[in-house]
Design a protein around this ligand. Structure first.
Ligand code: 13P
Length: 313
């Protein structure tokens, strides 16, 4: 390719475009076994391989999922896992034209010399963030992105800016601008091909404990301001995480962001905001599997419409 040396350029562009296709977004089910255990515990299930398999099978075999979901981020266990009928989970995705992805980090570790912050790559506004933590997060993401592209994998670049804290939305914007400036500086320095990456930002909202909630229009205004100032239009897709916001909040915020044309595909990559209702509906009971899948499809469809700017409550 003229854009970047390396044999995978065309494939990277194609994969990124497939994932960032109209009316579709990403289902994140890359919970580590420990985090998946917390989800299962919330409905009284033990954290066994069998229960994790049953839950992931419910999600990934949902009929019609591919209409709204273009990619699924898996944890390593699921990459090699089969359904109870012996079909690879990955093949269930491929049949629905859903691109399988894999979580590549191995969890958080303390970052020495920082304000008790963690690597990689959460950015905590309540702890600072320190310049060191931001630089380390940005550099680590850029190296990860370059290595992924060299191996034919589209990197999802995610400096996870936590919602925790009581700060106003202006402070979140300030931190987000600082973080994304450094991320793009190092992505460029590492010769990452922007057409072959996807971003996974946090929406720009007030801290979760701030005295006032922001309206979807305000969240959209601040988040789009951050994106326009920091993200080149060569990047095909912006796939927001849900970050602990409610299912309804994230859908309304996404819908508000898609009320006017954007240079990028502005969509979703949620874990909790796609899974919460499913867990509550399923309760670990075989007779509730179909209802659980319907709950997933309902959330996926709502966010698909929000991606198109056509959601109505
Ligand atoms: P949430 O949507 O629950 O914030 O999770 C997103 C994520 O980072 C999982 O990969």
């Amino acid at each position: 390719s003229v854009i970047r040396a390396g044999s995978y350029s065309d494939e990277l562009v194609k994969t990124a475009k497939t994932i960032a296709s109209p009316g579709r977004g990403i289902l994140a089910i890359d919970e580590s076994n420990a985090t998946c255990g917390k989800r299962l515990a919330s409905i009284g299930l033990d954290n066994t391989e069998g229960n994790r398999q049953a839950y992931r099978q419910l999600l990934l075999t949902t009929p019609g999922l591919g209409q709204y979901i273009s990619g699924a981020i898996l944890f390593e266990e699921t990459l090699y896992q089969s359904t109870t009928d012996g079909k690879k989970m990955v093949d269930c995705l491929r049949e629905q034209n859903i691109v399988p992805g894999i979580k590549v980090d191995k969890g958080l570790v303390p970052l020495p010399g920082s304000n008790n912050e963690s690597w990689r790559t959460v950015v905590s506004i309540t702890c600072g963030p320190s310049a060191l933590a931001v630089k380390e997060a940005a550099w680590g993401l850029a190296r990860y992105a370059a290595i992924s592209q060299d191996n034919g994998l589209v990197p999802i670049v995610e400096p996870e800016i936590l919602l925790d804290g009581d700060h106003p939305i202006e402070r979140t914007l300030e931190v987000a601008e600082q973080v994304w400036a450094e991320v793009f500086h190092y992505l460029a320095e590492n010769n990452v091909m922007f057409e072959g990456i996807l971003l996974k930002p946090s929406m720009v909202t007030p801290g979760a404990d701030h005295k006032e909630k922001a309206s979807p229009e305000t969240v959209a205004k601040y988040t789009l301001t951050m994106l326009r100032r920091r993200v080149p239009p060569a990047v095909p897709g912006i796939m927001f995480l849900s970050g602990g916001q409610s299912e309804m909040e994230v859908t309304l915020n996404l819908h508000a962001m898609n009320q006017s044309p954007n240079p990028w595909h502005v969509s979703f990559s949620y874990a909790r905001a796609l899974q919460n209702s499913v867990l509550k509906t399923w309760q670990g009971r075989p007779e509730n599997i179909e209802a659980g899948q319907k709950a997933l499809l309902a959330r996926a469809k709502a966010n698909s419409l929000a991606q198109l700017g056509k959601y109505s409550a």
